[in-house]
Design a protein around this ligand. Structure first.
Ligand code: ZN
Length: 90
């Protein structure tokens, strides 16, 4: 079962989302966690080579808008992931 993100909290941490690069940022990065596809916005946690980032995909009618956080440690990315799900970061 993939989780849904909780409603965003008023005083949430604002993550910096960048346009996704065509070149893979992390070699052999793979999606290890993701949120439910029933929502228009899907988040995925990517990990590879001891580093990680989070990808946000907004599923629009004609195309998908993809943004990513900068690369950080797996530990840091997992902490952000937890905050994302709980609505304390977005
Ligand atoms: Zn769902």
């Amino acid at each position: 079962m993939s989780p849904h993100v909780a409603m965003v909290q008023r005083d949430h941490v604002r993550l910096e989302w960048r346009q996704s690069c065509p070149e893979p940022v992390l070699k052999r990065a793979r999606s290890v966690l993701w949120t439910c596809l029933c929502r228009a916005t899907v988040y995925e946690l990517y990990e590879g080579g001891g580093r990680a980032f989070i990808r946000r995909t907004v599923q629009l009618d004609r195309k998908h808008e993809i943004h990513e956080t900068s690369i950080c440690s797996i530990r840091e990315a997992r902490a952000i992931w937890t905050k994302l799900l709980s609505g304390t970061a977005r």
